[in-house]
Design a binder for this molecule. Structure first.
Ligand code: SF4
Ligand code: SF4
Length: 297
């Protein structure tokens, strides 16, 4: 399909509106301060740093690490329940539609450059995010929780969204000269990690989501049972493989744990077997026009 003939990108608009909604505390950007009101005790479904000056609520991943860090005194039922609820209703639709850092990665991938397509190595790397989930989000915070030392290890040592949306946004504000004086080795470590990840995203589609994001790893556990998602009508499917070939991430089949539920493959299927569903209700079916989805460039 000619690029000019493509319909307006509804998904892109939802991503942009979501990022704006998550970060609607404009006063925070103006004053270089973070919002600390009552909404901050609630999590949004996507990765969005608590310390972003505009953030109106908490990040589920940061909240989970803090809850695990405090689990010696109180069980992490609230955050775990919230993430399970997001997973059961939305699954990785959160990744495709409701994650500001997913949007940033997709925009970076539009920068003209050679692109590295999925291959056997990227498929193997896609397992790394489960290791990061187990080690940095669960094991290290739990280990230190026993010693009453809170250590949200993923936020502290890795999270590029936290560095970009939180640390950098606060540090560049003129009112925060005292914060700039306090930056040390840990900040520069995280800044380097962020630059490496953002650079990788220029060449590799959603490199952070696919290889590193523990929140995507968590939501992927709900791929088979989530209410919302991209589904294949099996009686119509001829197993031609066009969808898997077209998809830029490391899927084995549409809607599996690696699928970020973008829906871009819907218009690629020659049998019109793919649709976006909520339970049995079809929310978006294939175009009547000839096949051709959004390009991943
Ligand atoms: S399988 Fe389809 S919906 Fe899933 S990530 Fe690939 S293109 Fe997007
Ligand atoms: S493109 Fe359509 S027919 Fe071909 S394998 Fe995918 S779902 Fe089945």
């Amino acid at each position: 399909m000619d690029k000019k003939q493509r319909k307006p990108l509804t998904r892109r608009l939802i991503q942009v509106y979501t990022a704006l909604l998550y970060n609607a505390y404009l006063k925070g950007f103006a004053e270089g301060q973070i919002y600390t009101g009552p909404l901050k005790s609630v999590c949004v479904p996507g990765l969005n740093c608590y310390s972003c000056p505009g953030a109106i609520s908490a990040c589920p991943l940061g909240s989970l690490q803090n809850a695990v860090s405090a689990s010696a005194d109180r069980p992490a039922f609230y955050v775990a329940g919230l993430i399970i609820m997001f997973g059961m209703f939305l699954g990785r639709v959160v990744c495709g539609f409701l994650c500001p850092f997913g949007l940033i990665q997709e925009l970076l991938h539009k920068i003209p450059s050679p692109k590295i397509k999925k291959n056997n190595i990227t498929r193997k790397l896609s397992w790394c995010k489960y290791v990061i989930l187990a080690v940095f989000v669960i094991a290290i915070p739990a280990f230190y929780a026993v010693r009453r030392l809170p250590l949200p290890a993923f936020c502290k040592f890795i999270c590029p969204a936290g560095t970009l949306e939180g640390a950098v946004m606060l540090l560049i504000h003129p009112a925060n000269s005292d914060l700039r004086e306090m930056t040390g080795g840990l900040f520069w470590w995280k800044f380097t990690v962020m630059i490496l990840i953002l650079t990788a995203c220029v060449f590799v589609f959603r490199a952070f989501c696919r290889f590193l994001c523990p929140l995507g790893a968590l939501y992927s556990l709900f791929a088979k049972i989530a209410l919302l998602g991209v589904r294949v009508d099996l009686p119509k499917c001829t197993d031609c493989g066009a969808c898997v070939k077209y998809c830029p991430v490391d899927i084995r089949k549409v809607g599996d744990r690696e699928c970020v539920q973008c829906g871009n493959c819907i218009d690629v299927c020659p049998e019109k077997a793919i649709s976006f569903k909520a339970g049995k209700l079809v929310l978006r079916g294939p175009d009547i026009n000839p096949a051709g989805g959004e390009e991943h460039t």
